[in-house]
Design a protein around this ligand. Structure first.
Ligand SMILES: [Zn+2]
Length: 117
C-alpha cells in the first residue's frame, strides 16, 4: 500500500467499510440509488450510490466514509446471513416434522399391538 498516495484516512475508512456487518450495522435498499445504513445504536445514514454521497459527517467533510465504501459488502453479507438463518430454521422444522411423524408412527404401531416401544 502506498501511504503517500492513499493516505491513512482512506485506509481507516476502507477498513471500517469492510467490517460494517461484523460491527452490527444493517442496511436497507430503498431504491436503485439509495441505501440506508444503520448503526447498531440507531443512527441512520443515507447513501446515494449513484452520486457516491453519504449523509454522515465524514462525507460532509469530503472524507471517504465507511458507509459508502462498505454498503455493498454489508448488503451481501446481510443477505447471506439471512439466507443461512432461513436454511437453519427450515432444517430444524424438517427435523421436527420427522420427529412428529416418527412419534405418530410409533403410536399407531403401539395401538395396533405390532410392537412395543
Ligand atoms: Zn457515511
Amino acid at each position: 500500500m502506498d501511504r503517500e498516495r492513499d493516505g491513512p484516512g482512506r485506509d481507516a475508512a476502507g477498513a471500517v467499510g469492510y467490517r460494517l456487518f461484523l460491527d452490527g450495522y444493517t442496511a436497507e435498499r430503498l431504491d436503485r440509488e439509495t441505501v440506508v445504513v444503520r448503526h447498531p445504536e440507531g443512527a441512520r445514514y443515507r447513501v446515494d450510490t449513484l452520486f457516491a454521497t453519504c449523509t454522515c459527517g465524514e462525507a460532509a467533510e469530503h472524507r471517504p466514509c465507511g458507509h459508502l465504501l462498505g454498503y455493498s459488502a454489508l448488503l451481501c453479507e446481510q443477505q447471506a446471513y439471512e439466507e443461512a438463518q432461513v436454511a437453519a430454521l427450515e432444517a430444524r422444522h424438517d427435523e421436527w416434522e420427522m420427529t412428529l411423524e416418527n412419534d405418530r408412527a410409533e403410536r399407531i404401531l403401539r395401538e395396533m399391538g405390532v410392537c412395543e416401544f
